[in-house]
Design a protein around this ligand. Structure first.
Ligand code: NAD
Ligand code: DAU
Length: 377
């Protein structure tokens, strides 16, 4: 029996992690601790909300007293921490909220866990604080090749496998942090606090840095769900700059699988990068989305290419992200289960089949779900 708090479980990635743990480990008690900001949507978890090993607690991670009390009452022995402000564009407009939640919120959780676990006779034994972070803390990579070959080119990862890349360098775990946006600066700071709690107090922590996720239940402010919905409704697609920026995409369920593996088998005090060696220029992904939506809706393929609208670039827009996840593949045997073509087809289908979910999010109705379903429980 273990009791685990998963923070941010009503968000995009958190809801997939909660679903995986609740279904896979009926012997664990899973507490989804979430403040339900604009990004939290309990309808993401409709299918598991009545399971006996699941409980939702509406709480702010910055509420130190509340978290500490909850840990004592529930005898919590693990924390998987995903709650964060996660959208770069919002961080450019409102950096304070990002510092508050991502830095102070993480510190509040760490301190609550430290005080509670240190008060137990067994102390750190059997405990774990797992912090979920991002590849954006490493900054941005160039699109270069030593012999001047035009990207993308085939390269060999340190895992020994061949894949397409837009540059010769990758984010590895030992790279210096160089965050550029207020979002990534706040995430970097929270990563440092987690490591500081390990190094100073001996807290059993683990940190992972993952690349861009895609899949069902992502809030439609992010590129993929926003563009799928706009294509469906024939609305303009705002491409930042020239659409040349490169992101490394991973299917969200594969991220959740990695989190499960690392929570159970990852080495204490370690950092693991998570990513699928799957780099794409934004503009190429956007064309795939247009072709896929058009085909699935029975429109002539590519009919909606004229929706592409180049707009002013994001301030400080990182050029390229590319994760080297060979440490995770080598040491823990993790591999992504889906090829990108398969994952993107599944994702587009999901959004088209779940128009009600999308409509509830875009109308704001999803925020009533807590009041309707939970308030009087
Ligand atoms: P999201 O924005 O979809 O969800 C965030 C969740 O956290 C929401 O449910 C929200 O209500 C909750 N939350 C926010 N502030 C809170 C607070 N103060 N107290 C309690 N709950 C709060 O985010 P996501 O995309 O699912 O990302 C989850 C985590 O994974 C984040 O830490 C993010 O930095 C990291 N990450 C995301 C990606 C990605 O591509 N989305 C990639 C790598 C890492
Ligand atoms: O790399 C991991 C990160 O990926 C996570 O830590 C973040 O939480 C997550 O939001 C994501 O950050 P990005 O900024 O890369 O994701 P976003 O979907 O916002 O944008 C993807 C790319 O598409 C980026 O280069 C900006 C561009 N873009 C985005 C939007 C929303 C556009 O061109 N137009 C848009 O309207």
């Amino acid at each position: 029996m273990r009791t685990i708090i998963i923070t941010g479980g009503a968000g995009f990635i958190g809801s997939h992690v909660v679903r995986l743990f609740v279904n896979k480990y009926p012997e664990y008690q899973i507490i989804n601790l979430d403040k339900l900001t604009y990004a939290g949507n309990l309808a993401n978890l409709k299918d598991i909300e009545d399971k006996p090993n699941y409980r939702f607690v509406k709480m702010d991670i910055c509420d130190f007293d509340g978290v500490y009390k909850l840990m004592q009452e529930e005898h919590v022995d693990g924390i998987i921490h995903l709650a964060a402000e996660s959208h770069v564009d919002r961080s450019i407009k409102d950096p304070f909220t990002f510092a508050q939640t991502n830095v102070m919120g993480t510190l509040s959780l760490l301190q609550a866990a430290k005080l509670y676990w240190e008060s137990l006779p067994e102390k750190w034994d059997g405990k774990r604080f797992y912090h979920i972070s991002t590849d954006e803390v490493y900054g941005a990579l160039q699109m270069t090749h030593p012999e001047g070959i035009e990207p993308p080119f085939t390269t060999k990862a340190s895992s020994g496998k061949h894949h397409l890349a837009y540059g010769e360098k990758f984010f590895t775990e030992d790279l210096k942090y160089q965050p550029h946006s207020p979002y990534s600066a706040a995430k970097a700071s929270s990563d440092h606090f987690v490591r500081a709690f390990h190094d100073t107090y001996g807290m059993p922590t683990v940190v992972t840095n993952c690349s861009n996720n895609y899949g069902p239940y992502q809030f439609p402010e992010k590129l993929i769900p926003l563009f799928i919905n706009n294509i469906r409704h024939r609305k303009p697609l705002p491409v930042y700059g020239k659409g040349e920026n490169v992101r490394d995409w991973l299917y969200v369920v594969d991220h959740a699988r990695a989190i499960d593996l690392i929570f159970h088998k990852g080495k204490i005090g370690e950092t693991y990068n998570i990513g699928g060696f799957n780099e794409w220029k934004n503009i190429d992904i956007i064309k795939v989305l247009i072709n896929t939506v058009d085909r699935l809706l029975g429109r002539p393929e590519g009919a909606d290419m004229d929706l592409i609208t180049y707009v002013t670039d994001r301030a400080g827009h990182d050029l390229r992200y590319a994760i080297d996840s060979s440490k995770l593949q080598r040491e823990l045997g993790w591999e992504p289960s889906l090829q990108f073509e398969e994952g993107i087809e599944k994702t587009v289908r999901w959004y088209l089949d779940n128009q009600e979910w999308m409509d509830n999010v875009t109308s704001g109705d999803y925020q009533k779900y807590y009041d309707d379903m939970y308030k009087n429980r």
